[in-house]
Every structure is written in C-alpha cells, then in structure tokens.
Design a protein around this ligand. Structure first.
Ligand code: ZN
Ligand code: ZN
Ligand code: ZN
Ligand code: ZN
Length: 293
C-alpha cells in the first residue's frame, strides 16, 4: 500500500575525493622538487598564496585586491574599511590572473585541523565542507536557541545534560504524543527514540509559513552521520476515525539538520484541519516506526 520510499532527500553520490598530488620522492634534490610543477610542494605553496592575512581562510574568486595588490577574503573584506596589510583603500579591483591560478590549485578542506585530508578545487570546496564528516556537529534541537557544537560522540551527552526535558522511549515502534497542539504560534515538540543501538530525534514543528496558514511538519533525524542514516528508514503515521496518513523516508542525519527539509516540505506535512481530524482532546499521537534497510 505505502509503495516505494521517497528517497528524494538522499544527496547525490558519495564524496568525490580528488586524488592527492604525489609527494616528492625522498632523497630528491631540491632542484628536482622545484622543477616539478605538479608536485605536492608547489601546490601547497600556491595554496598558501591565497591565504587571507586576517582569518587564514582562502581568498577565492571573485578575487579583489587593494590598490597595492594585497588580497583579503570576501567575508573579512565586508567588515574592513581599509587594507589590513597596507592600510590603503580597498577599492574594487579584480585580480583576474589570481582567479585563473585559483582554478588550478587544490585547496585543503577547511576542517583539515579536525582530521579531513581532502584536497579540492575551489569550485568543489563549499559543497564538500557542507557535507564534510569532520565539520563540527551542532545541537540537533530545533530552533536556533542552543549554540552548542562539538563532535558526534559528544552529542548525546550534551542532550542529556543541557536538554533534560526531552524524554526517551525505547523500541523501534513507539507513539510520539504531542500535547496541546492548539497552542498558538510556532511550537516544537521533541522526543528521543532509542533502537538498533542508535538514538533518533523525533521533531514535530508547528509553523506559519505564510499569513494565517499554520502547518505541522514531522520528521526524524538520526544522532549520527549521513552514512549511518542511509541504513535506516522511518515511517510516521497518523491513525484514527477511519483515516490514515503515512509518510516514509530516510532519516536525516543531525549533521544536515531538519530545518532545510522542513523548508522544502520533505517530511510529513499537514495543516491544522488534518491535525484536528486525528487529534484527541488537543493531543496528537504519531506512530513512529524505525527500520533497518
Ligand atoms: Zn579573511
Ligand atoms: Zn594593501
Ligand atoms: Zn572535509
Ligand atoms: Zn543544545
């Protein structure tokens, strides 16, 4: 009946790791190393030329220089009134030669200090860093109130210490009971579900995407990486009064978070009238089933 899983949320393909440039052979003379334009040494030296003098991130195209030719990255530039190197005017001078060179350089991922060893073309950098498993995890609680971030193995500890009000149910098949769904305004209901030796966070969010029209968004995220999330599926089901509404999908990873999925309605979405059809005394029960696939 429920048909195929809507796998639309899966991101395209696995991380493409560009092959690293070979390191210079041990014992090679310095002349031989310098003569090899594709060696790791020269790539790293080139990449270093693009370092922003303020934040040490890379200055990437479009590259603008000060009147004396100094570079600064675009995010620092927007906060500066003069060149950090020579105090001269920043101006709007493009450096097309550096932009051309930038297209040939393999830049390290910005999470290199957290253990990522990937080198990338600047055009691939932002996409990789967004999905990079070495990127710190943020607090998975919906809403932007908690600013905590840390590694994956610290997340559960953070949740139990800082978000004590979140209850946990054990088992792969549970009922997520949201109480007082008629509360006005934007409201989040959150619960944890533990099964298959993993922890899942269930989120029901009430939002007004446009004036006067409130909608509910229900979604499940795994306290784990995207790769781990791919081996699970979740089903949300509203049941009652001879009606049934079902949604099945791959859980999000808390690395991606739920807000972008909610924005795209890539979750169980229903409006207040449908909520009323299934609610009992202002309380809504959502059947949540997690399975391995
Ligand atoms: Zn900078
Ligand atoms: Zn300058
Ligand atoms: Zn990375
Ligand atoms: Zn938190």
């Amino acid at each position: 009946m429920s048909g195929k899983l809507p796998f639309g949320a899966a991101s395209g393909g696995s991380d493409r790791k560009p092959s690293r440039a070979a390191a210079p052979l041990a014992g090679a003379t310095s002349a031989a190393v310098a003569a090899s334009p594709s060696g790791a040494g020269s790539n790293n030296e080139l990449a270093a030329l693009f370092e922003c003098p303020v934040c040490y991130d890379y200055v990437l195209p479009p590259i603008l220089q000060c009147q004396s030719g100094h570079l600064v990255c675009s995010s620092c530039r927007s906060k500066l009134t003069c060149c950090p190197t020579c105090r001269g005017t920043l101006g709007n001078i493009r450096n097309l030669a550096m932009e051309k060179v930038a297209t040939t350089v393999m830049f390290p991922c910005k999470y290199v200090s957290s253990g990522c060893s990937v080198l990338l073309l600047h055009t691939e950098k932002a996409n990789h860093e967004e999905a990079c498993e070495c990127r710190p995890y943020q607090c998975p609680c919906p809403g932007a109130s908690c600013k905590w971030q840390g590694s994956l193995d610290q997340v559960m500890n953070h949740l139990t210490m800082a978000h004590k009000s979140i209850t946990t149910l054990q088992g792969e098949d549970i009922v997520f009971l949201a109480t007082d769904i008629n509360l006005p305004g934007a409201v989040d209901w959150v619960m944890m579900q533990s099964c298959y030796n993993h922890h899942f966070m269930l989120v029901l969010e009430k939002q007004e995407k446009y004036d006067g029209h409130q909608q509910f968004f229900a979604i499940v995220q795994l306290i784990g990486s995207r790769k781990q999330a791919e081996s699970f599926a979740y089903r949300l089901e509203l049941n009652g009064h001879r009606r049934r509404l079902t949604w099945e999908a791959t859980p999000r990873s808390i690395h991606e978070g739920v807000s972008s999925a909610i924005l795209k309605s890539d979750c169980l979405v229903f409006d207040t009238s449908i909520a009323q059809l299934f609610a009992d005394n202002g309380n809504l029960g959502i059947n949540v089933t997690i399975s391995m696939c």
